[in-house]
Design a protein around this ligand. Structure first.
Ligand SMILES: Nc1ncnc2c1ncn2[C@@H]1O[C@H](COP(=O)(O)OP(=O)(O)OP(=O)(O)O)[C@@H](O)[C@H]1O
Length: 254
């Protein structure tokens, strides 16, 4: 199993008054190598909290996360940034490219940090940017290209390290529908080549690209839908029905 999440609990303590806010209340699931899993849920259901814990950006209150059998809690704080850089890829809604670097420099940045040989960087760069359609833009700076192009550069930066797990947080949230479709198509292609992906989204359309969708509600997994070879157009209404059923009654759907 590539990722195992076992009894994950996260409580925040509010700054004023010290009230405890349960954001995750015992979340368990696992992700196999090569799966594309989407996590859906309403605002406040715990999606970002879950992704933050999977990204090793915060520690859980209780429960465990294993990546390839390795317990993230056992990684010392000083080794966490290298762990994130080498094993995980991130695509966020606001793509966090560095404005002082060209797209090329932004994309290879994680490899520079990892001390990868220049020849290896070049060998990885062009096939990736070719697939994303951004090779002609490599010498441009982030503020010189469109939002969709910036997001594709961020995707290239996330994928260039060949991460064990790609984490995407509302990757299409800030994009127009054409750019969103292009980015989701790229995630599909990467997944078809074996890239394991966990994506948090509000969007049924984005979630319908996944092979499995988990529905979070009030910090718990309230349901799950598997694509099971369905075409996207047939999976979408199934997801919509699951979402409606969960909103209305909280039945557990398999
Ligand atoms: N730093 C924090 N301190 C206190 N409470 C927090 C903190 N971060 C999140 N919460 C609370 O935890 C719960 C889950 O929040 P989270 O951001 O994970 O939800 P979400 O599903 O990602 O929502 P959205 O879709 O709006 O981003 C919410 O009740 C939220 O108010």
């Amino acid at each position: 199993m590539l990722l195992t999440v076992d009894g994950l609990v996260k409580e925040y303590v509010t700054r004023f008054g010290g009230r405890r806010v349960p954001a995750l209340r015992g979340v368990s699931f696992s992700v196999e190598q090569g799966e594309f899993v989407a996590v859906m849920g309403e605002s406040g259901s715990g999606k970002t909290t879950l992704l933050t814990l999977l990204a090793a950006l915060d520690r859980p209150t209780d429960g465990r996360i294993l990546l390839n059998g390795e317990d993230m809690a056992a990684i010392p704080s000083r080794a966490l940034s290298a762990f994130r850089r080498d094993r995980l890829g991130f695509i966020f809604q606001d793509c966090n490219l560095l404005d002082t670097l060209s797209l090329r420099e932004n994309i290879v940045f994680p490899l520079v940090l990892a001390g990868t040989a220049r020849s290896e960087m070049e060998a990885r760069l062009l096939p990736l940017t070719g697939r994303l359609g951004i090779t002609p833009l490599l010498e441009k700076f982030p503020y010189e290209v469109s939002g969709g192009e910036r997001q594709r550069a961020a995707a290239a930066r996330a994928l260039i390290t060949r991460p064990d797990l790609l984490l995407a947080d509302e990757p299409t949230g800030a994009l127009d529908s054409g750019s969103a479709a292009q980015l989701l198509g790229m995630l599909d292609e990467c997944n078809a080549e074996g890239q394991t992906t966990v994506m948090v989204t509000h969007s049924l359309d984005a979630a319908s690209h996944a092979s499995r969708v988990l529905f979070l509600r009030d910090g718990l997994i309230a349901g799950e839908a598997c694509r099971e070879g369905l075409a996207r157009a047939d999976f979408y209404p199934r997801l919509a029905a699951c979402q409606t059923a969960l909103q209305q009654g909280g039945v557990r759907l398999a």
